[in-house]
Ligand binder design. Structure first.
Ligand SMILES: Cc1cc2nc3c(=O)[nH]c(=O)nc-3n(C[C@H](O)[C@H](O)[C@H](O)COP(=O)(O)O)c2cc1C
Ligand code: SF4
Length: 667
């Protein structure tokens, strides 16, 4: 029999050492921790759920945490999450467990309760908390729980745990011991101001979590896997620090009732860390896990911005943890473990910690996906086994434009077996993503380009860069199908202004630049700069503003929205907006640029003209206009021409890449 880890580089072998966790043996040390998926249908597990988890089990991950089943109606009761307290979930859970158990992977179900960090929008019930103090992010006044509420919630943990066991799951994970959620809010003096037996001393603050754990253990028995998410640090004023977290971890694991712990940090006060984006360092919570591991005698799962297998292996070798989570990495690439095992690291589709496709979408009350893995969350439509090969005489596809949409389309066409040619005007592939990744702090975006470049090469796509294609050049290639992905570009008007009925004047001034001129063509920027967001509210203007401020420029940032970055996810904003303030950037909310004059630059702020003197450079950093000339030239001349990505409408890489995948599948 061949050794399944024979191809694994020596430094990575440690990731493939089996480990006993409770009564369960995991075949490797890599975990995908629980993450809400929004995939339930009317609170019940769905076929999409099963497909999502099956694909990750097939990819070889050792253990999966399923989130975000709710243990009680008072928790975040969105229809896209499972109501674990309802016995009707059991058959659906069984389908998920069966799908995962087709492979060696184990699956645990989180027992979730969001506590005060929630919203009553769906439940129309009061939120639960130790004290009547609202969460800084969600700002809804909770009810200070009475003893009978606590008793009910203790029992609720047990009821849902039994459903997991009946559904064939390998275990349960008590979710809310971390992150400021229900049990964590009792554990921490940041949110617990009670004076009864559930507040004050550590023993009192631990009482609720301990009772919940005892109830779960009583309900499922000693032979069932029971873990807990734990806090390593609150990063919140007056909250838990590492020494407090160690004391609590020792008390809870000291009960002998837990089989493993997952260590994370933060509350919604420091919400950006809840799912740390690329503003946070890699390995953000690894030190916390290592600290708690000193005092607990059960396996510790470390997590937080780990995507590199060598970094993962190093954590285990250093004794920082027993298992290592690569959670969003598995959303981005369900085959992560297989690729490591087969020593195909260049094929890994790395998570870039943008949060746009995954956690941000949960805030929009839809399901998770990934910006550069369109199949994530759409496994039934786009997952393993759904790609239809081109007919034998499928012929040639010419893709024009080597940005994310064009690259993705070329990849998919080549996978389908088309003879594929990709033409790109610039000298390098990547389009606007390459510009975006050239801005300080946004470098990880380049991973999207790197991954696609490797795939195009492996698939034998003929890539011609520096190829400024017109319709004759395209026709000379005798394509059967043409996909136009010519992208978008900033124009000399402010698109966002037009939706407010305003057309700015003076934009032909030499003082006015756009992001392409600054980032690609290196145009000189003066000492005092106004960056204009026209309502897009995303990263473009902010990232550039931060970079220029870092370079010592005096930077203004205007937006018609109530604050800069208003279109970004709340976890991203939670760190980004204070960073903008700390960088000394002068913000002009509710403002539209209406004129660039010889001396002044004029904004319309709150409906009134607002003159800014001394601005050397104005940078337009808003919505783009699609580049469509080639498409409209080709359309009447060729039978099969389609456009994709920003060439249709200027959007983000998520829409471009997902659209490219779907269109390329339909050629
Ligand atoms: C879409 C999404 C939803 C999440 N929901 C949960 C959740 O319900 N429960 C939980 O414990 N953690 C949740 N998390 C946090 C992850 O378990 C993990 O801690 C986080 O993604 C950091 O790990 P990573 O850098 O390896 O992705 C969520 C993360 C994401 C991306
Ligand atoms: S959307 Fe972004 S953060 Fe989420 S998994 Fe994909 S790359 Fe990672």
């Amino acid at each position: 029999m061949t050794n399944p880890t024979a191809t694994v580089p020596a430094d990575l072998q440690i990731l493939f050492e089996p480990i006993e966790v409770g009564e369960v043996t995991l075949s490797n040390r890599i975990v995908m921790t629980g993450h809400g998926t929004g995939m339930a249908e009317h609170h019940l597990p769905s076929a999409q759920h099963a497909a999502y988890y099956r694909e990750r089990a097939r990819g070889g991950v050792g253990m999966i945490g399923m989130a975000f089943p709710q243990i009680h109606p008072s928790s975040q009761n969105v229809p896209g999450e499972v109501q674990a307290y309802d016995p009707a979930v059991v058959p659906g859970l069984r389908k998920i467990a069966d799908a995962v158990h087709e492979y060696e992977t184990k699956i645990v179900m989180q027992l979730g309760h969001t506590g005060r960090q929630s919203s009553s929008t769906w439940s129309e019930r009061p939120l639960f908390a130790p004290s009547s103090i609202p969460c800084a992010l969600n700002r809804e006044m909770p009810k200070a729980m009475e003893i009978e509420d606590i008793d009910e919630l203790v029992e609720a943990h047990a009821v849902s745990a039994v459903h997991a066991r009946e559904g064939g799951f390998d275990g349960v994970e008590i979710h809310s011991g971390y992150g400021g959620y229900l049990l964590a809010s009792f554990l921490s003096p940041f949110s617990n101001f009670r004076e009864d037996e559930y507040g004050g001393s550590v023993a009192n603050r631990v009482r609720f979590a301990r009772r919940a754990l005892e109830a779960v253990r009583d309900a499922v028995g000693r032979d069932y896997l029971v873990g807990m998410n734990m806090q390593g640090h609150d990063f919140s004023p007056g909250g838990l620090e590492v020494s407090d977290a160690k004391e609590i971890a020792a008390l809870l694991t000291g009960t002998g009732l837990l089989d493993y712990v997952v260590v994370k940090g933060a509350t919604y006060y420091s919400a950006s860390q809840n799912v740390p984006d690329m503003q946070h360092p890699k390995g953000v919570w690894l030190d916390l896990a290592a600290s708690l591991r000193e005092v607990v005698d059960v396996p510790v799962i470390a997590v937080g911005r780990v995507t590199d297998p060598y970094a993962a292996a190093q954590v285990l070798r250093d004794g920082g943890a027993d298992l290592i989570a690569m959670t969003r990495q598995h959303i981005a690439d369900p085959e992560t473990v297989t690729k490591i095992r087969e020593n195909r690291l260049e094929d890994l589709r790395g998570c870039i910690a943008c949060n746009q496709g995954c956690i941000d979408r949960l805030f929009k009350i839809t399901h998770t996906t990934c910006v550069h893995n369109p199949a994530a969350g759409y496994e039934l439509e786009l997952g393993e086994g759904t790609l239809v090969q081109a007919p034998a005489d499928g012929g040639r596809v010419v893709v024009v434009g080597g940005g994310p949409a064009g690259m993705k389309a070329a990849e998919v066409c080549a996978r389908r077996g088309f003879d594929t040619v990709l033409l790109e005007r610039r000298e390098r592939l990547g389009g606007q993503l390459r510009l975006a990744s050239s801005v300080a702090g946004r470098e990880e975006i380049a991973e999207v380009i790197r991954h696609l470049e490797v795939q195009l090469e492996k698939l034998g796509v003929e890539v011609r860069t520096g190829a400024d294609a017109d319709h004759e050049a395209v026709r000379a290639l005798a394509p059967d199908h043409v996909l136009v992905a010519t992208g978008s570009a900033p124009g000399r008007r402010i698109v966002g202004n037009l939706s407010h009925g305003v057309e700015a004047t003076g934009l032909d001034s030499e003082r006015v630049l756009d992001t392409f001129e600054v980032l690609e063509r290196g145009a000189a920027v003066g000492e005092e700069v106004l960056i204009v967001d026209d309502g897009e509210g995303g990263w473009k203007g902010i990232a550039l503003a931060l970079q220029l401020a870092e370079e010592g420029k005096r930077v203004h940032l205007s937006t018609p929205l109530p604050y800069v970055g208003a279109a970004l996810g709340p976890f991203t904003q939670n760190k980004l907006v204070p960073r903008v303030a700390a960088a000394g950037i002068v913000r002009h909310p509710f403002s539209l640029l209406i004129a660039v004059e010889d001396e002044d630059v004029v904004l319309r702020t709150d409906g009134e003209p607002h003159r800014l003197a001394g601005i050397d450079t104005v940078i337009l950093a808003g919505w783009h206009e699609p580049v469509t000339d080639l498409y409209f030239d080709l359309k009447p001349r060729h039978g099969s021409v389609r456009r994709i990505g920003d060439a249709v409408a200027s959007r983000t890489m998520l829409e471009s890449i997902h659209e490219a995948e779907r269109v390329a599948r339909s050629v």
